[in-house]
Design a binder for this molecule. Structure first.
Ligand code: CU
Length: 127
């Protein structure tokens, strides 16, 4: 870290400018915090597209789930496939873009990406 060239500094500055999803600057590499990552090359990864593929949360703690797009360059969605169709959030192609949804009803919510319908995940919401 002693050999600082101006290039990493420029890259960092560009990343900060591009990070318009709320201005979070926590964590290494300026990566916004997330509960579920959309992995690189997610489009054909089925149940491995979202990591973890199954996330269990509790309403008592926080009903909010945040997804982060770690598959820079490709937009994705997180879309409830239950009859309730409670959520349908989109993530832009920007690397590290995040989107959140707050659950208020316990249950099991399988979801998919409407752009790449093989991408599947599951949120289990406990009371
Ligand atoms: Cu997708």
């Amino acid at each position: 870290m002693r050999h600082r060239s101006p290039l990493p500094a420029l890259f960092l500055a560009a990343a900060v400018v591009a990070g318009c999803g709320g201005g979070d600057s926590n964590g290494p590499g300026n990566q916004p915090a997330a509960d579920v990552s959309i992995v690189p090359g997610a489009f054909n990864k089925g149940f491995q597209a979202y990591s973890p593929d199954t996330l269990t949360i509790s309403l008592a703690a926080s009903g909010t789930v945040t997804w982060r797009n770690d598959d820079g360059g490709v937009a994705h969605t997180v879309t409830d496939t239950t009859a309730a169709a409670l959520f349908d959030v989109g993530l832009t192609a920007a690397n590290n873009d995040t989107a959140s949804f707050t659950f208020t009803v316990a249950g099991e919510y399988p979801y998919k990406c409407t752009i790449h319908t093989g991408m599947r995940g599951l949120i289990i919401v406990n009371p």
